[in-house]
Design a protein around this ligand. Structure first.
Ligand SMILES: Nc1ncnc2c1ncn2[C@@H]1O[C@H](COP(=O)(O)OP(=O)(O)OP(=O)(O)O)[C@@H](O)[C@H]1O
Ligand SMILES: [Mg+2]
Length: 213
């Protein structure tokens, strides 16, 4: 079992959007997946509740700072546990980090997001002392093509000394449209750019986990 947390102390960067779609992409690649909603706001649970079709994977709520102790039991038998993190709450973030093999940090191409990333990076570095095998990477979300800030963000993130995934996720309305009916972007439109980007993101993550630290 591999545990991937999607974390950022900043709100609204795409943690839930990427958690759901990454879980769906790993599932359709043939892996068994559990999605853990670690945000008291319960957005992943809301997504699952909006769905009319059979669930693609189970979604369970666990917004407690003991998740690092319970994850092995909750996720027993699954290939992947994806944890959708909460913004702001430090003890929850710490617990999610300690539960994880890989922490993904969504970041939008905006200086506010870049500055605000410092907080989660500090928590990851702190945890790395106890957990040297822990992997972490940034994923650029809501990129708008042909903008200077979209091009420059990768450079701006180098100061944090963590890898930035090659695949970036564009700003696309299909992410909100598909969420409204509790489906993934692949289900909404398998040929969409968003579906292709999410599939590539899942592949990047599998490669990263295979490379280990
Ligand atoms: N790539 C994208 N393109 C367009 N809209 C997006 C994209 N990613 C996220 N969004 C939208 O941005 C908003 C915030 O996204 P989301 O809820 O996934 O962020 P979050 O980090 O989970 O927020 P919170 O911190 O409140 O949990 C949502 O309305 C979502 O539909
Ligand atoms: Mg969320």
């Amino acid at each position: 079992m591999k545990v991937i947390s999607i974390l950022n102390q900043k709100g609204g960067v795409g943690k839930t959007t990427l958690s759901i779609n990454l879980a769906a992409a790993l599932k359709s690649a043939g892996h068994s997946v559990l999605l853990v909603d670690a945000d008291p706001q319960g957005s992943s649970m809301d997504w699952a509740a909006a769905r009319e079709d059979e669930p693609l994977f189970s979604v369970v709520g666990c917004a407690k700072p003991t998740i690092h102790k319970t994850v092995a039991d909750i996720g027993a038998g699954k290939d992947f546990v994806i944890i959708d993190g909460a913004p702001r709450v430090t003890d929850l973030a710490r617990s999610c980090i300690m539960a994880s093999d890989l922490v993904l940090i969504p970041v939008q191409p905006s200086p506010y997001d870049i500055w605000a990333s410092q907080e989660i990076v500090d928590l990851i570095k702190e945890a790395g002392v106890f957990k040297p095998e822990l992997q972490a990477a940034f994923v650029i979300n809501r990129k708008i093509p042909n903008t200077a800030i979209g091009r420059d963000i990768k450079d701006a993130l180098t100061e944090f000394d963590l890898p930035v995934l090659e695949t970036t996720i564009g700003q696309r309305v299909i992410f909100a449209e598909s969420a409204a009916s509790g489906i993934s972007v692949m289900e909404q439109d398998a040929k969409s750019q968003a579906a292709m980007e999410i599939t590539m993101l899942a592949q990047d993550i599998l490669n990263l986990l295979e490379s280990e630290k």
